[in-house]
Design a protein around this ligand. Structure first.
Ligand SMILES: Nc1ncnc2c1ncn2[C@@H]1O[C@H](COP(=O)(O)OP(=O)(O)OP(=O)(O)O)[C@@H](O)[C@H]1O
Ligand SMILES: [Mg+2]
Length: 229
C-alpha cells in the first residue's frame, strides 16, 4: 500500500540490504532519452528532504511543467481511500501511472518535473530521463521534520526510511541506470538546483550509493537514538 505522507516499511523491498547493494550501485548513471524528445525528471527523497522547494525552483529555471504528486492525486482523484492511522491518502498507483503517461505525452513543455517520494514507482520507466534522490543527514533531517510539524510515528517512520535508503533502493530498482543521489545536507536550495543543472545541462557525472547514514550512526554510537521505527 502506498501512502502519501510517509515512506512506509511496506515499500522496503524484500531482501533489500543497503550495505550489500551499495557497492553495486556505485556506477556511472547513463543519460536516458525517451522517444518523445522530452526530459522527464523525477525529484524524489524522504519527506522533508526538500523535494518541493527544490523542484519548484528547478522548474522555474527550466520553464518546465511541474507536477507535485500529492496535489496531482487529489486533482485527478488518483486515490483509493485514506490511511486513517497516518492521516493521509492512499495512492492508486495504476491510475496514477496511466494519468502521468497522458500528461507527459500531451504537454507541450520539453521538460517535465515530477516531485514526490514515490515518483520512481509511479512514472513509467520508458518515459523517465533522470531521477534525483535527495538525501539529508538524519541529524539535520530530524530538525527539518520537526520544523515542518512531523512528530511521533510519522517522524520516526520517515527518519528510519532515510537511514535505510528506502527511497534510493526503490529508485535504483525501478529506474536502473538513471539515478543520481545528491547529498543536500547543509546546502542551500540554490546550490542543490545548480547541482541538478550541472548534471542535466553540463553533463556532470553523478552516482548512486554515495551516502551511508546507517554506517555513520553506528560509528558515532547514535543508531538507537535515530532508528526507532
Ligand atoms: N536546501 C534547503 N535549505 C534549508 N531549508 C530547506 C531546504 N530545502 C527545503 N528546506 C525547507 O525544509 C522544509 C521541507 O522542504 P520541502 O517541503 O521542500 O520538503 P519535501 O521533501 O517536499 O517534503 P514532503 O515530502 O513532506 O512534501 C521546508 O520548510 C523548506 O522550506
Ligand atoms: Mg513536498
Amino acid at each position: 500500500m502506498r501512502v502519501d505522507n510517509t515512506l512506509s516499511w511496506a515499500n522496503i523491498p524484500v531482501n533489500a540490504n543497503p550495505n550489500h547493494q551499495r557497492a553495486e550501485w556505485i556506477k556511472l548513471s547513463s543519460t536516458h532519452t525517451n522517444t518523445m524528445n522530452k526530459r522527464v525528471i523525477l525529484i524524489t527523497g524522504t519527506p522533508g528532504t526538500g523535494k518541493t522547494t527544490t523542484a519548484k525552483q528547478l522548474a522555474a529555471k527550466l520553464d518546465a511543467q511541474y507536477i507535485n504528486l500529492t496535489d496531482y492525486a487529489k486533482t485527478y482523484d488518483l486515490t483509493s481511500g485514506e490511511d486513517k492511522q497516518r492521516k493521509t491518502i492512499i495512492i492508486n498507483e495504476e491510475k496514477m501511472r496511466t494519468k502521468l503517461t497522458q500528461t507527459i505525452n500531451n504537454t507541450d513543455k520539453t521538460n517535465i518535473i515530477i516531485d514526490g517520494h514515490y515518483a520512481s514507482a509511479v512514472t513509467p520507466t520508458d518515459l523517465v530521463t533522470k531521477v534525483f534522490v535527495l538525501r539529508r543527514n538524519p541529524k539535520e533531517l530530524k530538525q527539518f521534520m520537526e520544523k515542518c510539524g512531523f512528530e511521533g510515528a510519522k517522524l520516526w517512520e520517515n527518519l528510519s526510511a532515510e537511514i535505510l535508503d528506502v527511497c534510493l533502493i526503490e529508485a535504483v530498482q525501478t529506474q536502473p541506470g538513471k539515478v543520481c543521489e545528491l547529498d543536500v545536507t547543509g546546502k542551500t536550495v540554490e546550490e542543490v538546483v545548480n547541482d541538478i543543472l550541472d548534471v542535466l545541462e553540463n553533463g556532470k557525472k553523478c552516482y548512486s550509493g554515495i551516502v551511508d547514514w546507517l554506517g555513520m550512526l553506528e560509528r558515532e554510537g547514535l543508531t538507537d537514538q535515530y532508528l526507532k521505527a
